[in-house]
Design a protein around this ligand. Structure first.
Ligand code: JFZ
Length: 431
């Protein structure tokens, strides 16, 4: 059942078209926290005072910051868009906001890092987005706390003055206006995040989203003005709110069966995934995932109608860690040969095969073989439906046998169908 009448769902469908084609993006967590190099939550987890954290502001001088190199790395990896932390929870702005002094242009860097990011990535033909933290540990009107810790951790210590919280909201709305007015066309805004009672109208979300849509009607907004991650929000209902977001944002987890709303209609979603175990640069964290693991996660996302936003955490000098670049390079090698099975693809019309996953584009089915196999694999239900089977990487023919329609794949392959829409269920038994 589809809710054809709900304008919010209809408008979203149009906005998300590029997003659901592009499928693969780069997330960039970068800020002062790259200096202590223990992750972006350090100010909270180590209960640092404003003064203690100020050291990093005084020191900040990313002499290696060259976003053109970041953009090249993203493009080479097969990514089609990128999202940079314009402001994270620590409140430090990577852009030249007129509403604060706590910004990169006032540090030794002396540069508008956001502007340079946007220009560089656009130049490489990538779409651009900005992450903007709703939470702000620096702003005096966020909560009035001194040697503060994050409200989620110690609610008792968190005394929000209702009279001054509005000033923070003016500031937050004002900064969003700056970003959407002075920085050209943005493709995506990634707000982070709602919790407890801090959700929706607590952010004056209707007003905020109305302003955003007025300034940049096409822009995509995540679901965290109302929820966090996969959870929460009327994006899952038949009548989503104006600030329910254009896509859900499951974090570090790929939803087992994709995401649908209460009508059973697919919801656009994007899983954000770290390369190691941190978002911000963490020098000691060597727990990097292999390129194979990431590629399989990417395939898994697309096989369930989702996107993947893969994170990098550049270091204090502005360089993406070499380990991350090496993994991106390997992903890129695979994407150059197999990117057609990701870009423009969606969930297949057929159930997941035991040996891997399918993605689909039109009448082409891409068979991603995850199991090691040099023998034939079965393609249940596809007998007589296959027009031809080819190895995607080199175009070579793949033998499709009868009557089990077994094909000998040694790498990911695709099979193109004559008329997939004519398939009937239930499928014949597997071999
Ligand atoms: C948030 C941030 O706190 C984090 O630093 C990073 O930017 C990530 C992408 O987003 O992380 C969250 C947000 C919400 C939850 C958990 C982590 N949550 O509600 O469980």
């Amino acid at each position: 059942m589809t809710n054809h009448t709900n304008p919010i769902i209809q408008e979203r469908k149009e906005r998300v078209q590029w997003f659901e084609q592009d499928r693969f993006g780069m997330f960039i967590h970068w800020g002062l926290y790259a200096i202590p190099a223990r992750g972006e939550w350090i100010r909270s987890t180590e209960k640092m005072s404003i003064q203690q954290y100020q050291t990093y502001y005084d020191e900040f001088n990313p002499v290696h910051y060259n976003p053109r190199e970041w953009a090249k790395a993203a493009k080479e990896a097969g990514m089609k868009y990128a999202v940079l932390t314009a402001k994270h929870h620590d409140g430090f702005c990577l852009f030249d906001s007129k509403l604060t002094d706590y910004k990169s242009t006032n540090t030794q860097a002396g540069r508008d890092l956001v502007r340079e990011f946007l220009e560089a990535f656009r130049e490489e033909g990538l779409k651009v987005g900005l992450y903007y933290s709703l939470i702000d540990w620096h702003h005096e009107d966020y909560p009035a706390y001194g040697d503060r810790i994050h409200p989620m951790r110690e609610n008792e210590a968190f005394k929000r003055d209702p009279n001054t919280f509005g000033r923070y909201l003016d500031y937050m709305h004002g900064q969003v206006r700056e970003l959407l007015t002075d920085y050209g066309k943005l493709d995506l805004m990634w707000f982070d995040f709602s919790y407890d009672e801090m959700t929706g109208e607590k952010w004056r979300a209707t007003e905020l989203v109305q302003m955003i849509r007025e300034l940049q009607p096409h822009i995509l907004i995540d679901n965290r003005l109302e929820g966090s991650g996969e959870q929460g929000g009327s994006i899952y209902t038949a009548n989503p709110s104006i600030y329910s977001g254009d896509f859900a944002s499951p974090e570090q987890i790929i939803p087992p069966r994709g995401l649908v709303n209460e009508l059973g209609d697919p919801i656009p979603w994007e899983a954000c995934i770290t390369l190691n175990n941190n978002w911000g640069y963490a020098a000691a964290d060597r727990n990097y995932k292999s390129a194979t693991t990431i590629i399989r996660k990417l395939v898994e996302c697309v096989s369930k109608n989702g996107n993947m936003l893969l994170n990098v955490g550049p270091d204090a000098k502005g360089a993406i860690p070499q380990e991350s670049l090496d993994i991106l390079k390997e992903i890129g090698d695979w994407m150059k040969k197999n990117g057609d099975s990701i870009h423009g693809c969606r969930a297949a019309d057929f159930p997941k095969p035991e040996w891997g996953r399918y993605t689909q584009k039109g009448n082409k089915l891409y068979a991603h073989l995850f199991e090691e196999s040099i023998g034939p694999i079965s393609l249940p239900g596809l007998a007589d439906k296959i027009k031809s089977a080819r190895l995607l990487a080199d175009g070579s023919e793949v033998f499709v046998g009868r009557p089990w329609s077994a094909a000998e794949f040694i790498e990911d392959a695709f099979i193109s169908f004559a008329r997939p829409e004519h398939f009937t269920y239930p499928l014949p038994d597997k071999r």
